[in-house]
Write a protein that binds this ligand. Structure first.
Ligand code: XUL
Ligand code: CO
Length: 442
């Protein structure tokens, strides 16, 4: 397909130049074509670009308008501009070597005056996106619906007190599922944008949670009816925009899904900044999901621990990512998921090159973390330490506890008899922290 023009003319396709490279527009650790255990690094890491931040973000904040002006954002007809923007995005994907993208319906096509018109806009833009996907080989990691920006959703979408708004949101998600399927999306994400509340003075919490579950059941049923095979993902977040979000964290998400019989159909899309807003580490959220075989995908970013909101920064913290990667690899990877850079440039980072520096930094940090985590797991020092720590449950009465053969009476008999007082054993945290540093810093 003929592309009308190039938007990143001064910037070449980013090449792998190795750890010692002096060129800032090069990868030091992410070598997309390097084969590791029969798969390229690109296939292992499945990097994805978040369309909303990188191609709809302007740098605006509550104190001022956007600062970032892009050359493709010009023209009178919003659908034509939407198509040019897509062309710029796909050029970026090729140059940065990210094989996937992710979007909200309203990121890619302008909302119309009616739902029917919004759907027409989507059809026009999705047809263009399908051609661009075919021409470039870039694939859709996931689609989702924006059920939080339009004022109609000010009191929630599926948890809105007005059934009319629920119906509108259902119609919107129906279409979002159809376009995700049309573009071969491998997953579909539900982040509960305004699915929460500000005050119980005006809220029936139980009915709202029932409605959220009914909505998700409808989504599952509709996906089945159209043959959509992608994985459904819940993306938890504890607060912002609402004070109490129903999908607070992975643990509350699991409880919600089980309560409503939805657990077979969903996994989790874990975002680093959402984890830390919930008072958890990124690795904790991954472990909780993995412990229930519900680890689905990652929204790769980072917050600022000094700030109480979602700053969505690119993550260059190799220690945090190495710990996360050990948990992800131990769980067997992300399956159809990937690492989606749900991260935005800082407001003064206005150059097109900043988009490259940001993603290069994120991709390199993840690639380095991937290599370090593989080494840590291959060496097995931490694995052995942890296995030894629980070894008393491998045999004898410990095994009986795990297999349900022990009870209070049998254990009391043991303690009163031959066992007596337990011998304290060190947790050796400082030793292990030093050991971790030998991997990170030699
Ligand atoms: C909001 C957020 C969303 C979801 C998709 O904090 O992370 O962009 O990833 O709706
Ligand atoms: Co996200």
């Amino acid at each position: 397909m003929a592309k009308s023009r190039s938007y990143f003319t001064g910037i070449p396709t980013i090449a792998y130049a190795g750890p010692g490279a002096s060129n800032a527009l090069a990868f030091r650790h992410y070598n997309p074509d390097e084969i590791i255990e029969g798969k390229t690094m690109s296939e292992h890491l499945r990097f994805s670009i978040a369309y909303w931040h990188s191609f709809r973000g302007t740098g605006s904040d509550p104190f001022g308008p956007g600062t970032i002006v892009r050359p493709w954002e010009s023209g009178k007809d919003p659908v034509s501009v939407a198509k040019l923007r897509l062309e710029a995005a796909f050029e970026f994907h090729q140059k940065i070597r990210a094989p996937f993208w992710a979007f909200h319906d309203r990121d890619i096509a302008p909302e119309g005056r009616t739902l029917a018109q919004s759907n027409q806009h989507l059809d026009a833009v999705v047809a263009h996106a399908k051609q661009l996907q075919k021409a470039t080989g870039v694939k859709l990691l996931w689609g989702t619906a924006n059920l939080f920006s339009n004022p109609r959703y000010m009191c929630g979408a599926s948890t809105n007190p007005d059934a009319h708004v629920f119906a509108y949101a259902a119609a919107q998600v129906k279409k979002a599922l159809e376009i995700t399927q049309e573009l071969g999306g491998e997953n579909y994400v539900f982040w509960g944008g305004r699915e929460g509340y500000e005050t119980l003075l005006n809220t029936n919490l139980k009915r709202e949670q029932d409605h959220l579950a009914a909505f998700l059941h409808m989504a599952v049923d509709y996906a089945k009816s159209i043959g959509f095979k992608g994985q459904f993902l819940i993306e938890p977040k504890p607060k912002e925009p609402t004070k109490h979000q129903y999908d607070f964290d992975v643990a509350s998400g699991i409880a919600f899904l089980r309560t409503y019989g939805l657990e077979k159909y969903f996994k989790f899309n874990i975002e680093t900044n959402h984890a830390t807003l919930a008072g958890h580490t990124f690795q904790h959220e991954i472990e909780v999901a993995a412990s229930q075989q519900m680890l689905g995908s990652i929204d790769a970013n980072s917050g600022d621990l000094l700030l109480g909101w979602d700053t969505d920064q690119f993550n260059t913290d190799v220690k945090e990512l190495t710990l996360a990667m050990t948990s992800i690899l131990r769980a067997g990877g992300l399956g159809t998921g990937g690492f989606n850079f749900d991260a935005k440039l800082r407001r003064p980072s206005i150059d097109p090159a900043d988009l490259f520096h940001a993603h290069i930094g994120g991709m390199d940090a993840y690639a380095l973390a991937f290599k370090l985590a593989r080494k840590i797991l291959a060496d097995g020092q931490f694995e052995r330490f942890v296995a030894d720590r629980y070894a008393s449950f491998d045999t004898g009465f410990g095994r009986d506890i795990e297999t349900g053969k022990a009870n209070f009476k049998s254990l009391e008999k043991l303690v009163l008899g031959k066992l007596g007082e337990p011998t304290p054993k060190s947790g050796k945290q400082e030793y292990l922290e030093n050991l971790l540093n030998t991997y990170l810093h030699g």
